[in-house]
Design a binder for this molecule. Sequence first.
Ligand SMILES: [Zn+2]
Ligand SMILES: [Zn+2]
Length: 478
Amino acid sequence: MLDKSVSDVDKAREKWTVLPPLELRGVGTPLVESLQSFISRVLATTGMGSKRLAKGLSLKMPSKLIRMGGFSRSNGPDVLELAVDELQSLTGADNLRSGTFWALSKILTADNQSINEKCCRRWCPNCYKEWGPESYEPLAWTVDLLRTCPVHGCLLNNACWSCERPQRPYLDASRRSSCTNCGADLSRSVRWVELHPFLRSVERQVLDLIEFCAESRTEPVPYDVLREFIQGLRRSAGSRRGDILAKQIKQFASCAKLRRRRVSLRSLINLCAIQGVSVSEFLAAPRATSSPLLFDRWGGLTYMPLPTARQAQKIYVASQCMKAYLRERPAYLPPISVFLSRFNVQLLAVRDVAEETYDFYLAAHSVHGDAATQRALRAAYLSATSILAARTQGEPLDAEVVAAMVMRRTEVGLSIARHAVKSAALVRATQAEEVISCYEREMTLDEALDWFVENRQCSRNADGVPPRTRNDAPHRRS
Ligand SMILES: [Zn+2]
Ligand SMILES: [Zn+2]
């Protein structure tokens, strides 16, 4: 009798937890709660300060609490992971990893996820407006590729509507919906956007991926799943010599083989898009989905279909600079790869958004004469550019003086030297810092990706990534 009652007490004691037994919400769904949100609820429920909780979890600083979801940031023995174990035993929740990208931590980097304290928070103003006792912040909000609220469809915000300041990740749940800088109500300023079908498909992929992470599991997906997939793509890419996309895949494959390098969420979505499969299809069957049998899905795709917002902005700036330069009717046009080199963008992407201008440039460049003249002009142009670049301070050099210097250095005739100097000066003027920042203000990072996807030729009739039909890739000509 006595024995039985002791064992009942023991059983009850097993269920007792030091902290209130909270549960991670939305487990197994794309709307799973983020670990950060769970921690902020623990703090709110217990009234405990973040310092005390951090100490209890053997973390040196309270700010580490915010980074606890970020498994994929660290290599080697991980204090943050031990802290999750500790938090699980304190609260009795055994699935806190479902509120993080732990399931994919061996294959994904933390890029595209804002899980460190420097990154700003993202939120849905409508969700904040309807906030109630059951509310929580979903993991999905931390992924910058997800632009809209999965519940309301409005844009997720990442800065205060009033003072425009980004918001730090917070742990104090009660002050969630007030700006940390000016105190404005963050549930105001609801913005809507009509997403391009391709970007909508990206959002679906992100949510699928989160649903995958949100299931309870015992082990993260092993790295070999990614390696096998990329090597399958690499085998298929072998037949596409000289192609930019094939080169990019080759690079991915060698990084995977030699350094077991993880990829960003964006790259994973790109790699799957190239292969014409969804991220969840890939995760379910990595070997089968990388098979060359699917290869005709590549179609005419020539570069990674989903750029970063920054890349998209650069593509915009490059195309605007090219238009402005052509409006000045330069006598000599350097090769387009040289002209666009400072932007570090895919030439084909620039062509996709400004085809007419791009092709006009190529045509204007090609009339400069035979191969020998082109070589002389190019050498003179590069020489003039470097002379002008070296002269950033002090009196600007007289064009005639520069032309004479170019003549001496490159042994070209005077008329070629003059053309080259004029052209180099014009390129400098049309690509000046202040001109570029003006274009950047015109196309903010917020809008750039939409603009790119909306305007590029290859995605015009697309749901997902359709093939291009042009075989004549301009980068081979320039
Ligand atoms: Zn919402
Ligand atoms: Zn504010």
